[in-house]
Design a binder for this molecule. Structure first.
Ligand SMILES: *Cc1c(COP(=O)(O)O)cnc(C)c1O
Length: 375
């Protein structure tokens, strides 16, 4: 475990982002997405805060194990976890966990549906269904509707607790044909279910990108993830400063040692020649922490000085080359922030690493302590 290299999470900013989401989606319930260790921010503390302090009632996990972790660590907490993709129903013992721990599987294929319909103790588990409206990944599609309706009727299931579908292009403009088509299919499926006599109690299609653009808000629920962690889901072309959220975390590390270096001096594994004269700072973060080798070349700041990651990032350390003027700032122990509460900076960083902010967050490894503050 690290000490001074750490992720500091400001729960006050999280609360503010939650209020901002509620302003954008005032009529909708929020199903808070906490998969992948709450996007790297720590599953259990984030869920505890969201439920106890913000009144969030439903959370979205990707796998059963995540939902079980919530149940085991927070047994008294009044929250409903959904499992959205990796249901694990093929093992009988994990299937039992849904019944015993009151976890909702979002069923997305006929094998799992048949299993659930055939088990007497699943009879009282609310039925959640995922539909494929154009993502073409998981879920029942329009072509499956006859069979689906027949099976539900055969087992006298009349209530759809929550119908879910996911947008393939939620990070792009809502005007995109894909998005409009997915919304119209979603409504078509809902209408078909209602016409067949089913009661559809909850429905959701919007993730962060849709919420940001006010899309698919006719449904009872929205399912925001990344925006609550403070960063827009939208791609560069679509983003227009709409989402005013603030990133809730600061990723900080510190200088282990710094020294003057001449252009051409070999640096780190592989002995990459240093590209310029300057001050080389060795920082206490590496790919073992989630600071991947792809951070090579990115700009990092110390005070007013901008450095560049040079040489190979290794498991435990990375090398940042600063101009000579930065020398007095780069004392051993000096804190260096990889990111802070600026959305623009995280978006720029992700662009330099040639990925999305989602991945920067999810890469953060267990070696980094997560420290929670509220101020
Ligand atoms: C991950 C996920 C979300 C949240 O997506 P964001 O873009 O982070 O808001 C919503 N719904 C489903 C089904 C997901 O898998």
């Amino acid at each position: 475990m690290r000490y001074k290299t750490r992720l500091i999470i400001n729960l006050n900013l999280f609360a503010k982002n939650f209020e901002r989401v509620k302003k954008l989606a005032p009529k909708n319930e929020i199903l808070y997405i906490v998969k992948a260790n709450a996007y790297g921010h720590g599953l259990v503390p984030m869920v505890r805060f969201a439920v106890q302090e913000l009144g969030i009632k439903e959370i979205g996990c990707a796998s059963l194990g995540e939902a079980l972790e919530v149940r085991e660590s927070l047994p008294e907490l009044d929250v409903i976890p959904y499992v959205l993709s990796d249901l694990g129903l093929s093992s009988l013992s994990s299937a039992r966990a849904y019944v015993e721990k009151k976890i909702l599987p979002v069923v997305h294929n006929f094998a799992d549906l048949d299993f659930i319909l055939s088990q007497s103790d699943f009879r009282y588990i609310p039925l959640c269904l995922k539909f494929n409206t154009g993502m073409n990944r998981l879920g029942f599609s329009l072509d499956d509707m006859d069979l689906l309706v027949a099976k539900l009727k055969q087992h006298q299931r009349k209530i759809i607790h929550h119908m879910v579908s996911h947008l393939a292009c939620g990070s792009s403009s809502i005007k995109l044909e894909n998005n409009l088509l997915q919304l119209s299919r979603f409504k078509q499926i809902k209408k078909r279910l209602q016409d067949e006599g089913f009661s559809v109690e909850r429905s959701s299609l919007a993730n962060s990108g849709a919420v940001e653009q006010g899309f698919a808000l006719d449904e009872t629920h929205v399912r925001p993830g990344i925006m609550l962690y403070g960063v827009s889901s939208l791609n560069k072309e679509t983003r227009q400063g709409v989402w005013q959220g603030e990133p809730i975390s600061t990723l900080e590390t510190y200088v282990l040692r710094s020294f003057e270096i001449k252009k051409g001096t070999p640096v780190s594994y592989g002995a990459t020649p240093c590209p310029e004269d300057g001050i080389l700072a060795i920082i206490a973060i590496g790919y073992g922490d989630g600071f991947s080798t792809r951070y090579n070349g990115v700009s990092l700041k110390v005070g007013e000085h901008i450095g560049k990651v040079v040489g190979r990032v290794n498991m435990d350390m990375a090398n940042v080359l600063f101009p000579r003027e930065a020398k007095s700032e780069l004392t051993s122990g000096r804190i260096l922030k990889i990111w802070d509460h600026s959305q623009t900076e995280i978006l720029n960083l992700a662009e330099q690493v040639a990925t999305v902010p989602y991945e920067l967050f999810c890469q953060l490894s267990i070696r980094l302590p997560r420290i929670y503050t509220f101020k």
